[in-house]
Write a protein that binds this ligand. Sequence first.
Ligand code: AP5
Length: 208
Amino acid sequence: MYNLVFLGPPGAGKGSQAVRVSQRLGIPHISTGDMLRAAVKNETPIGLEAKAYMDRGELVPDEVVIGIVKERLSLSDAEGGYILDGFPRTLAQAEALSNVTKVTKAINIAVEDEKLVKRLSGRRVCMKCGYTGHLDYDPDEICPKCGDKLIQRDDDKPDTIRNRLAVYNKSTLPLIEYYQGLGVLEELDGYRSIDAVYIDVMRVLGVQ
Ligand code: AP5
């Protein structure tokens, strides 16, 4: 069973890898960041509460995010496995997750902070189809999948990126030890090409 958690700092490539692994294994990619951005866009009560935290690069309160994830994991498409991207991010979230499901692998994609600022400042996303790109390979800022305009995420501005990295180092880094303790941790070097990291993810999952 592939009950997967993708760990790693902002910009490590969790989302980029999760999209590919989800397609390859046929299990849902559950990104709390994507779900929260959709809630903000649709101006739901959760979105209205989350927006200020996200704009500052702070974590949305545990009880809000835990509620969203529990509800999502209860849907039938997650019965045969899932990839959690961006959750858990605190010890309280990790413990809440352990109470509802057994994680079979936690894959930590590691990249140093200085390299992440460049990656994230150049990231461009498509609000229409969800594609994630980068100025390095999408210099015309047009989505290669659907042709819509690519935009910069509100929290991909340098000051907010630095705060997100600080929050990660304080609140989320301890989860590496948590999953090591559960005997399910795999650590990968994320500062290689997307293809090279993907091959490594498949290797640790034992997928040919
Ligand atoms: P979220 O959306 O989860 O953001 P994040 O963790 O900061 O992660 P990112 O999406 O920035 O990075 P990524 O690792 O997925 O990298 P990507 O593949 O896009 O969260 C946003 C906010 O929501 C949080 O700040 C918080 O407020 C809130 N939130 C979400 N979850 C929460 C939770 N559980 N609890 C509380 N609050 C929560 O890649 C980045 C860029 O690099 C792209 O341009 C990509 O093309 C490029 N790239 C990727 N891999 C490579 C590679 N190998 N080589 C070169 N370029 C690469």
